[in-house]
Design a protein around this ligand. Structure first.
Ligand code: ZN
Length: 350
């Protein structure tokens, strides 16, 4: 119901563009965009939860051209931090492009686009991704569901039976298995998925070529347009870890590893998942003592001068493959979605 109402409001705004009236009040100093992957559109059937983290190269170019076209300056996260701390006044609004996780297409496909437009960007790297020791369980689960119409599986000693001959049923079964997995203790998830998928010949090593290697991360860290930030060691849901020490280890160890591998200091951090459910006061307090200049969530919002006091919880605008639509991006950079989600509160933090 709530979703339908929001959709109706968005449709109304799209047609009337009345949201632009709000822009001077809600657009703030600029926006940080959050993305994951840049890959060409494919005809292959996909599970929506996975394809939504991919945008096309064409849409990335469209985004760059759109923001330049409306007079935004594309800046690095270091410059966002500088602007918050040393505002010069009367600067153009900014946009900052960030990519989470460390997928290889950011090097292969996005980097040449940023080079073409001489525009900076940020990549937040999960260190077990760069080690290639990560279990990309969401892609393994996607193949498991897409390749089978009947699934008899065992998760943590419990048997489950699913029937999913049609695509809608596959989407549903994927989401059901995912939510069972997401409720497991974070440290057991990878081993459970490996055991679950192995009998079907679905192995973690088939998927790691989608990730950047340390060599690629180091090359990016030296690239004048790129900034490498940290995104934890394992990409756990930090709020599900039992102790503060575990949270600190996940964050600090990833910072230390990236610094050792690249020889560059790491000043920026992104919380895994990053929504209010996964990032609470404890996670923000821990990150704020780990020596970063900025840390970002996926709470929807623009950046305001008041964020100077909240650089450890900066909001972003998440750009997903589901809505590759410039009008919607325009609405969101104007704060339209943020004010609906955050009750007209401009300064989105925790
Ligand atoms: Zn992530």
């Amino acid at each position: 119901m709530k979703h339908a109402l929001i959709r109706t409001i968005i449709k109304f705004f799209r047609i009337t563009r009345v949201y632009r009236i709000l822009c001077p009040v809600y657009r703030g100093e600029g926006v940080i965009l959050g993305m994951h992957r840049v890959v060409p559109a494919s005809e292959k059937p996909r599970i929506a939860a996975n394809s939504r983290i991919e945008i096309t190269p064409e849409f990335l170019e469209e985004l760059i051209l759109f923001f330049r076209g409306i007079g935004y300056e594309i800046i690095s996260l270091g410059q966002v931090y500088e602007r918050l701390n040393l505002p010069k006044g009367a600067e153009k609004p900014f946009v900052c492009f960030t990519f989470d996780d460390g997928y290889v297409d950011v090097c292969r496909t996005a980097l040449p686009i940023f080079e073409k437009y001489d525009a900076p960007f940020v990549v937040y790297v999960v260190t077990t991704f760069a080690d290639r020791s990560a279990v990309l369980w969401w892609y393994m689960l996607e193949d498991l569901v897409l390749n089978h119409d009947v699934l008899d599986i065992r998760i943590r000693g419990r048997d489950y039976s699913f029937k999913c001959p049609g695509h809608d049923q596959k989407e549903d079964v994927f989401n059901r298995i995912r939510s069972i997995l997401m409720d497991l203790p974070q440290t057991e998830l990878s081993a459970e998925v490996k055991a679950l998928c192995a009998p079907f010949g679905i192995l973690p090593e088939h998927y790691v070529s989608q990730l950047m290697s340390w060599k690629q991360v180091s090359e990016l860290a030296r690239h004048p347009l790129a900034t490498v930030g940290a995104h934890t060691v394992h990409h756990y849901n930090l709020s599900m870890l039992s102790t503060e020490d575990e949270v600190e280890r996940e964050i600090l160890e990833s910072k230390r590893l990236i610094e050792n591998k690249t020889g560059r200091k790491v000043f920026h951090f992104a919380y895994p998942f990053g929504s209010r459910e996964e990032v609470g006061r404890r996670e923000i307090e821990v990150a704020s003592r780990c020596g970063f200049h900025t840390a970002v969530t996926v709470r929807e919002g623009a950046i305001f001068p008041g964020h100077k006091r909240y650089t450890e919880a900066l909001p972003r605008i998440e750009i997903t493959g589901r809505y590759q639509d410039i009008t919607l991006v325009d609405m969101r950079r104007c704060g339209t979605v943020s004010l609906m989600r955050n009750g007209f509160n401009r300064l989105v933090t925790l």
